[in-house]
Design a protein around this ligand. Structure first.
Ligand SMILES: Nc1ncnc2c1ncn2[C@@H]1O[C@H](COP(=O)(O)OP(=O)(O)OP(=O)(O)O)[C@@H](O)[C@H]1O
Ligand SMILES: [Mg+2]
Length: 293
């Protein structure tokens, strides 16, 4: 595996607070790398050090094996968590303005197609909807045809449909052999997009790896749910069975065997549903609290 960025023992301290506390990981070239964690986990701080925007208190970031220097600005694109757009410019004028900052740029038509901007090119950029604005910001991050694109919570605050549309754009970018580095606190987003994830909480890495392998490692089982009133009390005392939000939650690595038992005990199965563990469950397991608390 060829790596594009290596982060080694990164620390960022603000007075008493270690916003990033000894974080190390390697980002493979190509594909989508996800930095996950709740508010204040240290995601933005970590990627802003990687982008060369802020300096670390200690530790190193290597870009293609070299210390980050000013040349990185030409090879990366950044979509910040909060960005102010220039007032009184249309979307097209905004693209023109940003293109003028770089020597090498992606052809504008290609950018418009890639980020699906054609229907609002002449609109004042302040009047865009949330999803349209994020698409414009993505286009600005791609304007210099970067090898690496940093996206800091690009879908936070978008409605589900706008999020799905945005995911498709990110998949398009991935298919162009660019490396996408994404922060998010949406686990479903990470499952959809990321080939490798680092999960942070309170400035530290609590787990990292390929999402599927992490789920296999932590959950060799699936969950079965049934309405609490339909299951006899004595069954619930078994290992892996518990009451959760008015439902019986059964954690099992053998669905057939569990369902056979339920049939034998004449438990009605019409309201039964089966769910495999997802990254939200993983986060809950690792930290003891859910990501959105
Ligand atoms: N300039 C600063 N001065 C002091 N504390 C800071 C500064 N920047 C960040 N912090 C603190 O560092 C911690 C990590 O912040 P960071 O912005 O990296 O979190 P995050 O994971 O990006 O969170 P979010 O999901 O809310 O964007 C937070 O507790 C934050 O308050
Ligand atoms: Mg942030």
């Amino acid at each position: 595996m060829q790596s594009i960025i290596e982060v080694q023992h990164l620390v960022k301290s603000y007075q008493q607070l270690n916003a990033v506390n000894d974080v190390s990981f390697t980002i493979p070239k190509g594909g989508c790398f996800g930095l996950l964690g709740p508010n204040g986990a240290g995601k933005t701080t970590t990627i802003e050090i990687m982008e060369g925007i802020i300096s670390a208190s200690s530790g190193n970031v290597l870009y293609k094996g070299q210390a980050v220097n000013e040349h990185i600005a030409h090879e990366i694109g950044i979509q910040f968590q909060h960005t102010a757009l220039q007032d009184f410019l249309t979307v097209k004028e905004t693209l023109d303005l940003f293109a003028s900052f770089y020597q090498k740029t992606l052809p504008q038509q290609q950018l418009i197609e890639l980020c699906d901007l054609s229907e609002f090119l002449d609109r004042d950029s302040r009047l865009l909807s949330g999803g349209q604005r994020q698409r414009l910001l993505l286009a600005l991050a791609l304007i210099n045809d970067p090898e690496v694109v940093f996206l800091d919570e690009p879908t936070t605050g978008l409605d589900p449909q706008a999020r799905r549309n945005f995911w498709q754009l990110i998949k398009n970018i991935k298919s162009q052999n660019k490396t996408v580095i994404l922060t998010t606190h949406y686990m479903d987003e990470a499952e959809q997009l990321c080939d490798y994830i680092v999960v942070m909480d309170h400035g530290k890495i609590i787990e990292q790896g390929e999402p599927e392998l992490l789920l296999k490692k932590h959950f060799g089982h699936v969950f079965i749910y049934l309405p609490v009133e339909q299951v006899p009390d004595d069954l619930v005392t078994q290992n892996g069975w518990r009451i959760q939000d008015e439902q019986i939650e059964i954690e099992t690595d053998n669905v057939e065997q569990t369902i056979s038992l339920l049939i034998k005990e004449q438990v009605p199965l019409d309201a039964l549903h089966v769910k495999s563990a997802n990254l939200d469950d993983l986060f809950l397991k690792l930290t003891g609290h859910s990501l959105r608390e």
